[in-house]
Ligand binder design. Structure first.
Ligand code: AMP
Length: 286
């Protein structure tokens, strides 16, 4: 594994690899790697000649009152995870390397951001799309891997790739969970002990709603109530949102049918957790 910190250097390396006919798989992360990230790396390893991992906590995608400074970081641990995933290049740039001057051009995302985390975190997906545009130009991958844990991010990046004509295939990867069902997340370390003990109830609530929808409940509001009652009964978390949309369009549904996402965000004392389920509801017309 080669560790590089300079954009021009990795760009040059990848160019050489491509000249030699190698396919490039790319996994963007903010580090503090866990088994969720590892499953993206594993899939990328299987499907490409060369695997590139980036670790960069991107200040552009954090709001002023968000956890940029306290976001967990552990590069030594991350290097070990990257080693054992047999990746070829780890690109770990500094903030100055990525943003040497005041940012003069930013990408603005117009669709799929007025709901879910996009509504709650104004500017977040502009920051994500801006940094990914840079990384896509630096790494020039054939395939890029994203976790469905951040399903809105997958939907937004799908739009970025199409609109900006990136010749990149997006590869969504299923959410990896703890044994009790809690979605693995770098932010789980901030849960208090008693919060960690009940955090799996978020996924349980989502599953109750999915089961209800698959058994014919087609009223989105009823699904939302089912989940919010469950979460309020079994956790002390404060519900930020619970929403139901078509996926990946993220359009409101009068009746739950077709490809559907139910997604939520819940604020605990010092950790805000997100999770979702996506599934297909068959009805008479599809
Ligand atoms: P992050 O470091 O949180 O920006 O995540 C980097 C990538 O890993 C994103 O595509 C995430 O969706 C993905 N990811 C994070 N947690 C999980 C998980 N539990 N299962 C699968 N993918 C995940």
């Amino acid at each position: 594994m080669r560790i590089l910190t300079i954009a021009k250097e990795i760009q040059q390396q990848i160019l050489e690899e491509k000249k030699n006919g190698k396919s490039i798989g790319y996994v963007p992360t903010m580090g503090f790697l866990h088994e969720g990230h590892a499953s993206l790396l594993k899939k990328a390893r299987k499907e490409n000649d060369i695997v590139v991992l980036t670790i960069f906590v991107n200040p552009l995608q954090f709001g002023p009152n968000e956890d940029f400074d306290s976001y967990p970081r552990d590069i030594e641990h991350d290097e070990k995870v990257a080693q054992s995933a047999l990746i070829d290049y780890l690109f770990y740039p500094s903030i100055e390397e990525m943003y040497p001057d005041e940012v003069s051009v930013k990408v603005t995302v117009q669709h799929r951001t007025d709901v879910l985390c996009g509504r709650k975190r104004p500017g977040h997906f502009d920051g994500v799309a801006t940094v990914l545009t840079k990384f896509f130009n630096i790494i020039n991958p054939d395939k890029v891997y994203f976790g469905m844990k951040d399903a809105q991010q997958v939907a937004v990046v799908d739009g970025l790739i199409t609109d900006f004509n990136f010749d990149i295939e997006i590869m969504p990867v299923e959410t990896v969970r703890e044994e009790d069902g809690l979605a693995k997340s770098s932010r789980n370390v901030y849960l208090l002990e008693e919060e960690r003990a009940c955090a799996h109830e978020l996924y349980k609530g989502l599953n109750l709603a999915r089961e209800a929808a698959l058994h014919g409940e087609d009223n989105p509001e009823k699904l939302v109530s089912l989940i919010s009652n469950h979460i309020m009964n079994y956790t002390n978390g404060k519900i930020d949102y619970i929403e139901v949309y078509s996926y990946p369009e993220l359009k409101p549904l009068e009746k739950v049918s077709g490809n559907v996402i139910i997604a939520l965000a819940v604020q605990f004392t010092t950790a805000r957790l997100i999770d979702n389920v996506t599934f297909l509801v068959h009805n008479d017309t599809n």
